[in-house]
Design a binder for this molecule. Structure first.
Ligand code: SF4
Length: 106
């Protein structure tokens, strides 16, 4: 992932370029590290409206970055994870749940 984001001209903060106090006061690194589900819902209309958000939580951030970059040429840390959409919206969650009913721990 590090090489992928660097290849697309996205960089997190660098201690050789910014003071630690400044980095911890705000910027791309802090925005990523402190991102939570509330922020994701605020910034992602599809996830906000999705009935599966409580289970999915927007999915994997790495896949969201990869997908948004490949589709739009712009990296979106708060985009949707396409595989999570496929799994939940495509009915796979329900299918797996149904199949696992026979197991005691599910
Ligand atoms: S299934 Fe897709 S749209 Fe729904 S919460 Fe997950 S990533 Fe967002």
């Amino acid at each position: 992932m590090s090489d992928y984001i660097a290849h697309h001209d996205y960089r997190f903060d660098n201690l050789k370029e910014r003071r630690l106090a400044d980095i911890l006061s705000g910027g791309p690194w802090m925005e990523s590290v402190c991102a939570n589900l509330y922020a994701l819902r605020e910034k992602n209309e599809a996830c906000r409206a999705c009935e599966w958000f409580g289970h999915c939580g927007g999915g994997c951030r790495a896949l969201a970055i990869l997908d948004s970059t490949e589709k739009n040429g712009k990296m979106d840390y708060f985009g949707c994870d396409p595989l999570a959409c496929l799994f939940y919206k495509g009915g796979w969650y329900e299918r797996v749940k149904e199949r696992l009913k026979a197991y005691k721990h599910i």
